[in-house]
Write a protein that binds this ligand. Structure first.
Ligand code: SF4
Length: 155
């Protein structure tokens, strides 16, 4: 396996609030198995600053809708950041293709990296079923997203 990892999961300060989501269990999983891995942040690659206003996919829509131009991603200040998110996801995909990435480990709940759970667009911490923009794009391109909870449960 050659693995893309959400940069914030490895301790890089790429989160909207300038922090990270480092989880040593993910680091152990990668190092113990001697996997080739690349940490990337779609939102930074899309040109968003850090720190930045948090953003969510519009209520009632999915990441697929966003990728098809039917919905937007807006930040908490009401600004439309859709193109930055899409450009960032496309940049990550392009790097993945260049390095032969086959799998991904992604930070849950993010409008970019979220896998199976994302926020509902109200900025009230309500989770719904769904994927982030990057996750959706990776899946469309046959890059398999590994279940983070399953990996964490190994340690
Ligand atoms: S876009 Fe992904 S890698 Fe970047 S901060 Fe959000 S969850 Fe982490």
């Amino acid at each position: 396996m050659r693995i893309l990892v959400s940069a914030c999961l490895l301790g890089m300060n790429t989160k909207y609030n300038g922090g990270n989501n480092r989880d040593n269990r993910v680091v152990s999983f990668l190092l113990k198995n001697n996997y080739f891995f690349i940490p990337l942040c779609a939102e930074q690659l899309g040109g968003l600053p850090t720190p930045r206003s948090p953003a969510e996919i519009e209520k009632g829509f999915t990441s697929k809708d966003v990728l098809e131009g039917k919905a937007k991603i807006k930040n908490k200040d009401g600004e439309d950041v859709t193109n930055l998110f899409i450009n960032g996801a496309k940049s990550v995909l392009s790097i993945c293709k260049e390095f032969g990435i086959t799998h991904a480990i992604l930070q849950d709940r993010s409008p970019s990296c979220g896998y199976t759970k994302i926020y509902d667009g109200t900025f009230e911490n309500n989770l719904i079923l769904g994927n982030g923009i990057l996750t959706e794009l990776l899946k469309k391109n046959n890059i398999q997203v590994l279940d983070l909870e399953s990996i964490l449960s190994l340690y």
